[in-house]
Design a protein around this ligand. Structure first.
Ligand SMILES: Nc1nc2c(ncn2[C@@H]2O[C@H](COP(=O)(O)OP(=O)(O)OP(=O)(O)O)[C@@H](O)[C@H]2O)c(=O)[nH]1
Ligand SMILES: [Mg+2]
Length: 223
């Protein structure tokens, strides 16, 4: 039997998503649960990065994962093999999650024994950027094969993200991709964005990512 649930999430009835997001953030803070909203295009490496994060932090904290997809349970199946608590959310065709939909997933996951919840959002660089999920921090992945012009084409995603992971740097020799250009464009849109080049495949940069997460989780639990 699979050790994860699949939830068909209901469309939100709330009109004011920002209000729902603030309420959820307050609830998570009281509960001392840090929620990372991880966004990217399909195939940029979200699930592979989630596996790396779990591997790095699982001995220090209890981790729970929400896998959001239009259909399938491929990612929940992969992540459940790590032993982390996982829920697969089906969005019924919607290309994003809002705060109420995220809450439906967290309620099912149960956050009382979760210190760090990771939401793998639906693969898409547009819609997820438009909806506050109630997360503690927003992270995005841009992978090398997608090209270094993406901050110019999808500025909102780079503007609302606290962390930009440049993934698949093991493949950089095969693509015309300038990390310097991405850093320049992204910082222009969002001067405070933290940028970490990684390879979820080889593990390069994962230490720095884990340290960033440890720092943010500590801050979240202190204030
Ligand atoms: N070369 C290389 N391949 C990678 C890296 N990270 C992920 N991949 C590969 O990229 C493909 C997609 O990775 P996933 O982790 O499934 O990507 P995803 O963003 O979760 O995809 P969706 O959930 O479908 O949106 C897989 O074949 C991975 O093995 C990396 O750092 N380097
Ligand atoms: Mg995935």
């Amino acid at each position: 039997m699979d050790n994860y649930k699949i939830i068909e999430i209901k469309q939100s009835v709330f009109e004011d998503n920002d209000k729902q997001a603030s309420l959820l953030r307050e609830e998570l803070k009281e509960n001392k649960t840090f929620l990372l909203n991880l966004m990217s295009s399909p195939g940029s490496g979200k699930t592979t990065t989630v596996l790396r994060i779990i591997n790095e932090l699982k001995d220090e904290m209890k981790i729970g994962v929400l896998e959001a997809d239009i259909d399938s349970d491929v990612d929940a199946n992969t992540v459940s093999k790590t032993g982390a608590k996982v829920i697969q959310l089906h969005t019924g065709g919607m290309c994003h999650l809002d705060a109420d939909m995220t809450k439906q997933g967290l309620d099912e996951l149960g956050t009382d024994d979760v210190d760090f919840a990771i939401l793998e959002n639906v693969g898409n660089l547009v819609c997820p950027a438009e909806f506050d999920t109630g997360s503690s921090k927003n992270a995005m992945i841009l992978s090398v094969p997608e090209g270094d012009d993406k901050p110019l084409k999808y500025p909102l995603m780079f503007t609302i993200s606290d962390l930009l992971l440049i993934n698949k740097i093991d493949a950089i020799d095969y693509f015309d991709f300038s990390i310097d250009k991405v850093v320049k464009y992204a910082k222009k849109l969002n001067p405070n964005i933290k940028i970490i080049p990684i390879s979820a495949r080889t593990g390069e940069g994962i230490n720095e990512l884990a340290n960033w997460l440890r720092g943010e989780i500590n801050i979240w639990n202190e204030i």
